[in-house]
Design a protein around this ligand. Structure first.
Ligand SMILES: [Zn+2]
Length: 564
């Protein structure tokens, strides 16, 4: 999902467009030490290093910094990238579609690379190819931790295979970049989690808190065969709300708002999704004696009506975007003074809140995609022959639903909006399976439906702020910076963030409210994002992730929060 990661950064586009006005700012938050609990909407937490496991953590850190370790990490990532485990839209079941078989090859490679994990943990093949690893802890009253990632990649468009600097499934390491589909999204997470566990096992670590790992096989195609089945399996085995926390792939960290302050942006909310189909059917006939409006003409009115009513942008104090704006205003070096002032006032002043939303949009028009439900008329079809009146015509509108809205809200709004169109042409109106009062039907029928059955509500919002779970997660992120030779002297901020896209976590909502989508590595360790030609990553990114996953496991293991 890495491409969406980039699209979703509230203010990134403003900086790409060169908007860097504003005055320098002093930052109270230093990576190295001190208590950093600012009140308000963007609290910061001190680095939380493992204490009971301090010795183990330090020993592992020094191992991870050795050249031999890097060499092995490169070998592991290269090996799994060479397995072309693509998932495709509309694949049949794992027993029917031979394209799934490549995941068997991937399993074999993972077993060869991480034998200790496969020998020690309970490994379950869910729906044949998805993988769940369970490492039972000694204290069953502690809710388990769930680490997830996906083993599939987006397919390589055959026509572009020649445009890659190194072939897409070569796993070639050129001394700086490791090339290939999956080298950024999401095989580093798979390798990182299994490497962390391998090293913990080698040091005879025995968990107190149960650790569960789940790998999907079709995140890039909706997750129905992989994460959905994993979620079902885990819910049956552990129950609902049975996990302390879930960490999945997500945003990297970067200098976001000008200057050199690093922002780590775990996604704590995601937009919803809805493809609306609008179909008009009318009587056919010969084009030589046409009515004033054909089905296509009426359909055009419906398109115009929807586009004339874009969804309202809303900045809510309870929303994740408000937290992003507060973090940016408090710690972003190049955030305009106007936004800083409004952000401060907006905490308890409604006029300031409205002005803040406007100021944010003015600063970065792209932020509109985060502040509202978006709509894009992407498909249209109608008519079969030039001398025949169209009997059916339809279009499809892609929506990304704002966190403050829902599929039901969107459906109700759409039906109301298109009611006058149906009345104008005397069309009957059926909206999402229900008849709505409109025209008599003498002119034809207008039907609204879910185009592909892929409706998805916005994700439940992960609790943040001064909550024990968020403090543990944010503190662990700060600890990873503090322990890093590269970042220990940098200023870092943890900012809860809002994703425009979705990950496999949509299939895990029942397992925990504490869902984080985050990849601990700098954005510059990715060559080209993902989902396009020349996907490549620096193996350094892998080492960052391994160090972070290790601390995450150790910190959760020694914490007493989140019990049954
Ligand atoms: Zn991904």
């Amino acid at each position: 999902m890495l491409r969406n990661v980039l699209a979703s950064l509230l203010f990134l586009a403003a900086f790409q467009a060169g908007v860097t006005s504003g005055s320098p700012h002093q930052f109270p938050v230093q990576v190295s030490g001190g208590s950093q609990t600012n009140e308000g909407y963007c609290p910061q937490f001190a680095a939380l290093q493992p204490s009971k496991h301090h010795g183990l953590d330090v020993a592992l850190e020094s191992e991870y910094n050795s050249p031999g370790f890097l060499y092995n990490a490169i070998h592991a990532l290269s090996t799994v990238v060479r397995v072309p485990s693509a998932s495709y839209d509309g694949m049949a079941s794992v027993d029917e579609d031979p394209r799934w078989e490549i995941f068997g090859t991937l399993h074999a490679e993972l077993e060869r690379l991480f034998p200790v994990v496969f020998d020690t943990l309970e490994v379950t093949k869910v729906n044949k190819y998805a993988l769940v690893f369970q490492w039972k802890g000694s204290d069953e009253s502690l809710k388990p931790v769930l680490l997830t990632a996906h083993m599939d990649v987006v397919p390589v468009e055959p026509a572009t295979a020649g445009d890659w600097i190194h072939p897409p499934f070569s796993g070639y390491f050129d001394g700086t970049w490791l090339w290939g589909r999956g080298s950024a999204d999401d095989k580093p997470d798979v390798v990182s989690i299994l490497t962390s566990i391998t090293h913990l096992l080698k040091h005879d670590f025995t968990p107190r808190r149960t650790l569960v790992v789940a790998f999907g096989i079709d995140e890039e195609s909706g997750g129905q065969h992989g994460a959905y089945e994993n979620g079902k399996y885990l819910e049956e085995r552990y129950g609902t709300d049975a996990f302390a926390v879930l960490l999945d792939e997500g945003a990297p960290f970067m200098e976001l708002y000008g200057g050199d302050v690093i922002f780590a942006m775990p996604y704590t909310a995601e937009k919803g999704y809805f493809d609306l189909k609008v179909e008009i059917s009318t009587l056919g006939g010969h084009s030589s004696v046409p009515p004033r409006h054909t089905a296509i003409g009426m359909l055009a009115s419906a398109v115009i009506q929807l586009e004339a009513h874009p969804h309202e942008t809303q900045l809510l104090r309870t929303g994740t975007l408000f937290q992003e704006v507060q973090c940016a205003a408090s710690y972003g070096p190049a955030v305009p003074e106007k936004i800083r002032k409004l952000a401060k006032a907006a905490v308890d002043d409604d006029d300031a809140l409205a002005a803040l939303a406007e100021a944010v949009l003015e600063w970065n028009p792209m932020a509109g995609a985060s502040l509202a439900t978006t709509q894009a008329v992407d498909l249209i079809s109608g008519g079969v022959k030039v001398n025949a009146l169209p009997e059916k015509a339809h279009f499809v509108v892609n929506h990304r639903i704002a966190a403050h809205s829902s599929v039901a809200d969107l459906q109700a709004r759409t039906a109301k909006l298109l009611q006058p169109v149906a009345e104008r042409y005397d069309l009957s109106l059926a909206a999402f399976g229900k008849n709505v009062t409109a025209g008599s039907g003498a002119g034809g029928h207008l039907v609204l439906s879910d185009a592909f059955g892929t409706a998805l509500n916005p994700a439940p919002i992960t609790p943040t702020g001064h909550t024990p779970v968020y403090a543990l997660v944010a503190g662990t992120i700060m600890a990873a910076f503090e322990s890093s030779v590269e970042y220990k002297n940098r200023t870092a901020v943890v900012q809860p963030s809002f994703a425009l896209g979705t990950t496999d976590t949509k299939h895990y909502w029942n397992l925990t409210r504490n869902i984080y989508r985050y990849g601990h590595t700098h954005m510059s360790n990715y060559y080209n994002g993902a989902h396009t030609i020349n996907e490549a990553s620096k193996p350094k990114s892998l080492v960052d992730k391994i160090a972070f996953h290790t601390k995450f496991i150790l910190n959760w293991d020694e914490s007493d929060i989140e019990r049954f």
